[in-house]
Design a protein around this ligand. Structure first.
Ligand code: HEC
Ligand code: HEC
Length: 576
């Protein structure tokens, strides 16, 4: 069908409005938080600060966990081991995902949700964060903080040893998230940023310290729309994701201000944002690029110039959550993939989609009625309209799991998440319960999994060939710059934990750390630095990882190269 043909068809169904019509993401305005100029004097420097902090492993309490540790792969995570959590049942700790049967709920007739269940599991495929440890302080100049093990969560303890704790939801991609009104699967990250917490409520925030004629004053912060700033201040102090329990913002600030940015990680000299600052002969950035200088460049002086200390902390240390949140927002706001085959087709290149993909697009809009919830240029009803209004079906109930396991945004509703680059973001849904897009489509054609619990889906009937066309269309939402990690999706090196060592099956090996005697021994793999022209080979999909495809170097992020998080081995590994 021609482009004009499907537009008319969508219109004829009466579903498409200017806001909800599928169309290219190119040219969609990225709304800057109103009043940002009050704080920020150099937006480019802010993006650089955000990219550095997002990728810097030193930000985590253990000195080796960055935001990127769970968002390094097309903005998501496809690590293979110790990625399971389950609060309602026992599970095999540290299991390799290749040993997990997908979909997690399997039916004797995949087209009928009332058919007998062959298996059903409440486990979630999440992302591992930190060990459960209590914060005891920082040592200036050292990335690893002081702390001690605490064995309080049986979920992540096995044979007296603890593993890294795992999130109770699957990690979504951070790409194209600036368009959302609210962040997270349940929308709990507010659209307005209060400078301090996720919720946006002014009552929860102390405000920012402003220097007025040499005197420090506290002023409230309220920036909108800024869901990525609100979201960004969450994980960094969360003691499952990045932090030992009890760490505080000013101490995190003091630690970071005394460290070399990205001091353990190589940066490509052709990095689209950091290339000019990259150190040629080792990890990190040139000497002039300190955290303080980056903050001073990005923000107006009244937010950092005071020599005064308040309760033993400097103005910069106090204002660190504001700097952090706005930097995260600015960096992630650059990560938009608006050049997929679908975008090109919509712009008039009729050859950009194959005939099969065009058929998939038609089914996506008609029989499947996917556009009820995955609509607009973002392929998500949770995106803001230009007037910042919300769309119907932003959060919806699709019956992925019973409400008792996770109520999401209430009543088991979850974000109608964007489908851009979905090829690379498996496993799917908030529980990570489906490994392939074919499995996702089987789920939709039987109108979800949980019945008779009401959900907002209607069953539909398609042949397997039609299902394959829809999958082919979903893959036309991948941007090649994401597939090959080209600018702006290029990034510094990262050494990621990929699970724990076992002496024999199901017996964890103890680590050799004196400070943390009950932490299990770990394995680490390298995600190499990549510059603006990207990798030679495409990213490995989750499905390929399960099938062992690409270990021979034909896929990027095959997690074959070892590294050591302390940096010594990371330093020895050459740049690609
Ligand atoms: C331990 C793994 C982990 C780390 C570390 C982590 N995240 Fe996430 N991230 C997740 C998971 C899991 C979710 C989904 C949680 C939810 O919705 O309840 C998420 C959600 C998000 C979202 C929301 C996407 C959406 O669709 O709304 C953004 C943005 C994000 N993270 C950015 C960050 C930033 C910035 C940092 C560092 C400050 C960070 N993440 C650190 C695992 C992680
Ligand atoms: C009634 C609203 C609604 C409709 C209709 C709908 N979706 Fe969804 N979609 C959602 C919601 C909500 C989620 C997240 C559900 C969860 O994880 O619990 C989702 C998640 C997904 C995901 C997983 C993305 C990821 O990164 O994990 C895919 C893929 C997807 N939908 C494809 C489709 C396709 C294809 C159709 C049409 C056959 C469709 N959806 C129809 C609301 C909808």
């Amino acid at each position: 069908m021609t482009k004009t043909g499907w537009l008319i068809l969508a219109g004829a169904l009466g579903v498409a409005t200017a806001q909800t019509q599928l169309r290219t993401l190119k040219g969609v305005v990225i709304q800057e938080p109103a009043g940002l100029g009050e704080y920020v004097q150099d937006r480019k420097a802010l993006v650089a600060l955000g990219k550095i902090l997002f990728w810097d492993m030193q930000t985590g309490s253990d000195g080796m966990t960055a935001c990127a540790t769970c968002h390094f792969h097309a903005g998501a995570d496809h690590r293979p081991q110790n990625q399971i959590s389950d609060t309602s049942a026992t599970f095999r700790v540290n299991l390799d995902l290749s040993g997990v049967a997908f979909p997690l709920r399997a039916l004797s007739d995949s087209g009928n949700k009332n058919s007998a269940a062959l298996r059903d599991s409440s486990m979630r495929i999440g992302s591992m964060g930190t060990f459960r440890r209590i914060f005891d302080g920082i040592v200036p100049g050292q990335a690893a903080e002081l702390g001690h093990d605490e064995l309080d969560k049986p979920e992540f303890v096995h044979g007296g040893l603890q593993v890294r704790r795992v999130t109770s939801r699957n990690t979504p991609s951070i790409f194209n998230t600036v368009f959302y009104g609210r962040g997270f699967w349940d929308g709990r990250a507010a659209r307005n940023f209060n400078g301090f917490t996720v919720s946006g409520l002014a009552a929860e925030a102390p405000g920012v310290l402003v220097s007025v004629d040499g005197v420090l004053e506290r002023r409230p912060v309220n920036l909108d729309p800024a869901n990525l700033a609100s979201q960004g201040v969450g994980p960094i102090l969360d003691h499952l994701e990045m932090s030992y329990a009890g760490r505080t913002w000013p101490l995190l600030a003091r630690k970071m201000l005394n460290l070399a940015p990205l001091g353990l990680q190589r940066v490509s000299p052709t990095d689209s944002v950091l290339g000019d600052m990259a150190r040629a002969d080792g990890p990190g950035l040139v000497d002039e690029a300190t955290y303080l200088s980056l903050i001073q460049k990005a923000f107006h002086s009244k937010f950092w110039e005071s020599p005064e200390t308040v309760e033993e902390f400097t103005q910069v240390e106090h204002n660190f959550p504001l700097f952090w949140g706005l930097a995260m927002h600015a960096y992630q706001a650059t990560l938009n993939s608006d050049d997929s085959p679908f975008d090109r087709f919509n712009e008039g290149d009729n050859g950009a989609l194959t005939a099969q993909q065009q058929e998939g697009l038609r089914l996506f809009q008609t029989t499947g009625d996917c556009i009820e919830c995955h609509n607009g240029p973002e392929f998500s009803a949770a995106a803001m309209n230009p007037n910042r209004g919300t769309r119907a079906h932003a959060f919806d109930r699709t019956g992925v799991r019973p409400a008792a396991e996770d109520i999401g945004a209430g009543n088991a509703t979850f974000k109608s998440i964007s489908l851009r680059n979905v090829e690379f973001t498996g496993p799917y849904f908030h529980n990570g319960g489906q490994a392939t897009l074919e499995q996702v489509l089987d789920f939709y054609r039987r109108a979800g999994d949980f019945s008779p619990v009401a959900n907002d889906l209607r069953p539909f009937s398609i042949s397997n060939a039609q299902r394959d066309s829809m999958v082919a269309f979903l893959k036309a939402l991948s941007d090649d710059r994401v597939r090959y990690e080209r600018a702006p999706f290029d990034h510094p090196e990262l050494c990621v934990p990929v699970g724990h060592l076992e002496n024999e099956p199901d017996v964890l090996a103890p680590g050799d750390s004196v400070e943390f005697p009950t932490s299990a021994a770990e394995k680490y793999r390298l995600i190499p630095a990549v510059g603006s022209s990207g990798n030679m080979v495409p990213l490995r999909t989750f499905e390929e990882m399960l099938a062992g495809i690409g270990a021979n170097g034909e896929r990027a992020h095959s997690l074959a190269e070892h590294c050591s998080p302390g940096g010594s081995a990371a330093r020895q590994v050459g740049l690609r």
